[in-house]
Ligand binder design. Structure first.
Ligand SMILES: C[S@@+](CC[C@H](N)C(=O)[O-])C[C@H]1O[C@@H](n2cnc3c(N)ncnc32)[C@H](O)[C@@H]1O
Length: 336
């Protein structure tokens, strides 16, 4: 059966491209071979046209449950249609499943736990999530099954990220966004990462690109985890990460400028002017914006640039739904 043979460091990028083109065969597992990875693909002349090395190899099939079963299909046997409509997206963070159980489904908690264990037999903890709280944006959780811990190692974009959900912010749904930024970055850049958390953005960027990242974070627990994460990934990182424990608004004004500034801004904090003032070429500024206010947000950024004597081009990208009509967005700002 066909597989594409790629260098290990390119595997993630090529896999994403193949998925986008509908050529990746998710029913079989990829395989490592020294410095190469064999990616299962669907037979297509397009692969040759794209210049890939296609070989014929037996790659093992994934267990059936991983392909066909999702939580909804398992629960469809037990829950009514009305109840199924209340099911929310859940996250798998390392070996922890994080679920939301609305009050309409509280009486179904046991069924939901059983179904999760069928779909994800490797999870060791199932936790119900609450809202983000405080300036460190940590969520409240209630463990409803398994080991009594909220610490785990999550794998994403080829890096390991140790997190303690009871002490630090972490959002696995930003995986694609972190990959997007890593692809925009060029080797050799100096990057300022504000509000760095346990370093998920820094690790993914430094895994793909040979850059110098200065990361600022106020939560001491996140800083400690970030340093552990650098150690955990040291063999894979092409770039360097320096972590500064402190308040962005005190530390950053004392620093010089950077080619690129990234601000995964906590909700309710305005660090726009600071981010723009420290950037030479690019800013990626995250915020939560009502769909009717995208243009207003863009104008505000342009005005801030003018105040700083800089010209800019702004693109607002929707990253995730936050609540009805409000999105988490990233403003990609090019300065010139
Ligand atoms: C939305 S989270 C993003 C964390 C990380 N970038 C991630 O994506 O996982 C915001 C982070 O900013 C940190 N933070 C909040 N206020 C801060 C400040 N004034 N200076 C530095 N860090 C701050 C919080 O502790 C939290 O880790």
């Amino acid at each position: 059966m066909p597989a594409v043979r790629v260098q290990k460091h390119e595997a993630e990028k090529v896999k994403n491209l193949l998925k986008k083109l509908g050529l990746y065969d998710g029913k079989r597992r990829p395989k490592r071979e020294e410095n190469f990875v064999l990616l299962p693909v669907i037979s297509s002349p397009k692969l040759m046209e794209l210049g890939f090395e296609v070989i014929d190899v037996e790659l093992p099939f994934r267990p059936e449950r991983q392909i066909y079963k999702n939580l909804e299909s398992v629960l469809a046997e037990k829950l009514t249609k009305e109840e199924l409509a209340y099911l929310r997206r859940y996250d798998i963070i390392g070996d922890i499943a994080v679920v939301q159980i609305p009050k309409e489904l509280e009486h179904r908690q046991r069924d939901i736990i059983e179904a999760l264990l069928i779909v994800h037999p490797f999870v060791k903890v199932i936790a119900k999530r609450g809202v983000h709280e405080g300036k460190f944006r940590v969520r409240k959780y209630e463990i409803i099954w398994g080991e009594k811990r909220l610490t785990t190692v999550h794998k994403e974009n080829g890096v390991k990220i140790k997190v303690d959900l009871s002490r630090v912010f972490f959002n696995p749904r930003m995986k694609g966004e972190r990959y997007r930024l890593a692809q925009l970055v060029q080797d050799g850049e100096r990057i300022l990462l504000m509000f760095a958390g346990a370093l998920p953005y820094a690790l993914v960027i430094a895994r793909f690109k040979n850059v110098e990242i200065t990361a600022i974070e106020l939560n001491e627990d996140a800083v400690k985890l970030g340093l552990e994460n650098i150690e955990l990934n040291k063999d894979k990182l092409r770039g360097k990460i320096e972590v500064i424990h402190g308040d962005v608004f005190e530390v950053v004004p004392k620093l010089g400028t950077f080619e690129r500034v990234i601000s995964p801004t906590p909700k309710g904090i305005d660090a726009l002017s600071l981010a723009l003032s420290k950037a030479e070429k690019w800013v990626h500024y995250y915020d939560f914006v009502h769909e009717d206010r995208f243009n207003e947000f863009k104008k505000r950024i342009e005005k801030e640039c003018q105040k700083l004597g800089k010209q800019c081009e702004v693109r607002i990208k929707k990253i995730a739904d936050y609540k009805p009509h409000v999105y988490k967005v990233c403003a990609d700002v090019m300065l010139f």
